[in-house]
Design a protein around this ligand. Structure first.
Ligand code: CA
Length: 220
């Protein structure tokens, strides 16, 4: 994978470049935010330090997001929780606290890249059929039997995240991340509320399975 590393600390950058090279990543490193803005187009993934000498990393993220959906993984100093939350709201795909552990970094990079590769829910090819329930992500329509199910926008969004991977376990964090742009916050309760409504409206017990301690699965 082509990785753009935005990191002003020479020691940290050098170690990361060397570590990522071994599993086969091609890393370009820049030290300033302004360089990230011109170089992200060539990258398959951006590792973005928030504390940069010329500009705030969050501004860099914001400006990248205005023009690109490239996966961005934020590297942040410990305890910088407010920045992390802002970062996720601005469209960061994930974050890691420094000092970064290599195995975790690689795993997160893979996960973020995999998510980015997946076709967006809105661009799904055709309706998904499970039993007598038909979910059309493009038209944002749901049929349960012959009955059209009237869902709110958020209920549909939650269903769409699960529908994009039928039969696959999807974590609560992932649903929250995709629907609310926030995997780590207090929207957890909100997800429960929407799921309860969604299940009641679909009236197909067993269509959405709860996987205890993890998340949900649509269909078998
Ligand atoms: Ca820094």
């Amino acid at each position: 994978m082509r990785v753009l590393l935005v990191e002003d600390d020479g020691g940290v950058a050098e170690a990361l470049v060397a570590s990522l090279h071994t599993p086969g990543h091609e890393v370009t490193r820049v030290a300033r935010g302004v360089d990230a803005l011109t170089r992200h187009r060539d990258a398959g993934l951006v590792l973005l330090d928030l504390g940069l000498p010329d500009t705030d990393g969050l501004d860099v993220l914001n400006r990248i997001r205005q023009v690109s959906a490239v996966p961005v993984l934020v590297l942040t100093a410990r305890g910088d929780e407010r920045s992390v939350v802002r970062g996720l709201r601005l469209g960061a795909d994930d974050y890691l606290t420094k000092p970064v552990r290599l195995a975790e970094l690689l795993a997160r990079m893979e996960a973020v890249a995999r998510r980015a590769d997946r076709p967006k829910a809105g661009a799904a090819p055709g309706p998904v059929r499970i039993g007598d329930v038909e979910i059309d992500l493009t038209a944002r329509r749901v049929l349960s039997g012959d009955r059209e199910v009237a869902l709110t926008a958020k209920e549909f969004d939650v269903l769409a995240v699960l529908t994009a991977r039928p039969g696959t376990a999807v974590s609560r964090q992932q649903v929250m991340d995709e629907v609310w742009g926030d995997a780590h916050l207090a929207v957890s309760r909100s997800l429960d509320v929407h799921l309860t409504q969604l299940r009641a409206k679909l009236a197909r017990p067993g269509l959405v399975t709860t996987i205890r301690g993890f998340g949900y699965r649509l269909g078998e």
